[in-house]
Design a protein around this ligand. Structure first.
Ligand code: C2E
Ligand code: CA
Ligand code: CA
Length: 514
């Protein structure tokens, strides 16, 4: 009975509140007062003057007005972190002595920094506006949404009686789908993914509202570490994992020396023949307690510790050992790609070290594919970086221009550095089979590459549709989860055997397929 009563009141509040507190009502207030006096005399005037504030208070109007006085983000119009903390503290208390439940969600766009770098800050703002509005559209008016970082939103649910883990996961999925709605920008469409961490009120540490927010943030970090588009619920055993940066730096350095950071290999396929045309070596940290840690977590720590050069030594060594092992097993893997960051390319001894390693393994330089980010070429590379790239291509290594389309490498730079192949960034490949705009961009890149006599590889190919389209458009090679995920060396031989067996049975998706 009481439940029905309070439900009715809540519904009444929701219906009346916008009508009562909107600017139009306030504008008509003087007229309303006058009319009451004329029609009903002093008694009516008195009852309106006293009754209206009571009605506003009863429908939660004063708290709304208070909320709106909190500082707001100029881009999304949302409250900021301080305001969110206040709101959360209120909800935390409200749930403390009752059966009411709530949850905090923290959502972050996975690719925001790249997008803002590529399209500019104004476009970044448009993206955040769009995502913010989308997220709000799947929530109730009484829930709180705030912008708490460049690409981060925090959501606190208004306390309710029915809220369990299942509902939270569903809601996180709905928010994710809403936030990932493509954004039209500069005549093209931008696709994004987002990660979400959340913490239910009854799972939050008993130490206050701020720790509740931190718990949701910890869950977000966990979601992000498992790759783009993750959702994680907070659990108490995650708390200990939020190591400080110093700890992480020291741990990562020890892991690199101790051999816990090794190369995993992701296959690349030739679209003409369907056969393996190479593998990319990607760093993975096999942590004895935490399991597999992706490079996005530990590369910044290694960079801070000045250990990127050491990482490239390990990765190069792993890659050359792998080529030798494939050769010995009689499987044909033409080349292996190794990533070299700017910090590694600044080492004046890099080219001679690579030469020495290739000689030691008795491997011809073309078996090694040096992957260099397009952004390295646009940041006015210093003399050592330039010399290294030139020396590596003179040596006979293939040079892949990584994440092509995210920087502004000039055609002159592509020529000067003897780039052999461009790796078309994942952002162009996403949903390419269903979006004509994406297809136009890919076609333009492929035409340019053909004119410049460059090979092409598309990254992040996740579906058979994307694979088929890229083959039809004439992209030379493909790489992505849809073909094979990065795997430890031990699994590569089985993977190659299974792949070759599939080729025997199936027609090749390729340019020359009848
Ligand atoms: P990258 O060089 O662009 O590598 C491709 C990344 O995309 C890899 O992420 C790979 O796992 C992921 N990927 C591949 N296919 C798909 C797909 O279909 N869908 C999606 N969503 N992702 C896909 P990973 O291994 O996490 O590496 C991230 C970045 O870290 C790399 O991006 C590279 O820039 C850097 N990195 C990795 N290993 C090394 C290394 O040994 N040295 C240096 N300097 N950087 C490295
Ligand atoms: Ca790469
Ligand atoms: Ca890439």
């Amino acid at each position: 009975m009481t439940n029905t009563g309070s439900g009715l009141l809540a519904r009444l509040r929701q219906t009346l509140a916008p009508a009562l507190f909107g600017p139009p009502v306030l504008a008509f207030l003087p007229a309303l007062t006058l009319a009451t006096y004329w029609l009903g005399g002093e008694a009516a005037l008195l009852s309106v003057a006293l009754g209206l504030p009571v009605l506003i208070a009863a429908t939660g109007g004063f708290s709304k007005l208070g909320g709106s006085s909190l500082p707001r983000d100029s881009v999304t119009g949302m409250i900021l972190r301080d305001g969110f903390e206040k709101e959360t503290a209120r909800i935390y208390e409200e749930c403390a002595d009752s059966d009411l439940r709530s949850a905090i969600f923290v959502l972050e766009l996975d690719d925001y920094k790249d997008l803002a770098d590529r399209h500019g800050q104004e476009a970044g703002d448009r993206i955040m506006q769009h995502c913010g509005a989308q997220i709000a559209s799947v929530l109730r008016q009484s829930d709180t949404v705030a912008r708490i970082g460049d690409s981060r939103f925090a959501i606190a649910l208004a306390p309710t009686l029915q809220l369990d883990l299942e509902l939270c996961i569903q809601l996180a999925g709905r928010m994710q789908t809403a936030a990932e709605e493509p954004v039209p920008l500069d005549g093209t469409t931008v696709y994004m993914t987002s990660s979400i961490g959340f913490c239910q009120r009854n799972r939050a540490p008993a130490t206050g509202a701020n720790d509740w927010i931190s718990s949701a943030t910890t869950a977000l970090a966990e979601a992000q570490s498992s790759g783009p588009g993750g959702i994680r619920a907070f659990s108490a055993d995650m708390s200990g994992r939020g190591n400080s940066r110093t700890n992480l730096r020291e741990e990562a350095a020890a892991a690199l020396e101790g051999g816990q950071i090794q190369a995993w290999f992701q296959p690349q396929i030739c679209t003409d023949t369907g056969r393996v045309s190479g593998f990319e070596a990607l760093a993975r940290w096999s942590h004895p307690v935490q399991g597999l840690i992706p490079p996005s977590t530990f590369l910044p720590a290694l960079e801070e510790a000045g250990l990127m050069d050491r990482l490239s030594q390990v990765m190069l060594y792993n890659a050359l050992v792998a080529i030798k092992a494939w050769d010995a097993a009689g499987v044909h893997v033409p080349s292996v790609g190794v990533n070299f960051a700017t910090q590694e390319l600044r080492n004046p001894g890099l080219a001679s070290r690579v030469k020495w390693e290739l000689e030691r393994f008795e491997l011809p330089p073309e078996r090694l594919c040096v992957e260099i980010l397009e952004t390295v070429m646009t940041d006015q590379p210093d003399d050592v970086v330039t010399r290294n790239i030139l020396a590596l291509s003179d040596l006979g290594c293939q040079i892949d221009l990584d994440d092509f389309g995210t920087g502004h490498a000039s055609i002159a730079a592509v020529r000067r550095f003897s780039i052999s192949r461009i790796k078309i960034d994942r952002s162009f490949v996403m949903k390419a089979d269903r979006d004509p705009e994406q297809q136009k961009l890919i076609s333009a890149i492929l035409t340019m590459a053909e004119r410049l006599d460059l090979e092409t590889l598309a990254e992040g190919v996740e579906t058979a549709g994307e694979h088929a389209l890229l083959a039809q458009l004439g992209c030379g090679h493909v790489q992505g989860f849809g073909i094979g995920r990065p795997m430890p060396f031990d699994q590569t031989l089985d993977w190659i055997t299974a792949h070759e067996a599939k080729l025997q049975d199936a027609p090749v998706i390729g340019r020359h397929t009848p």
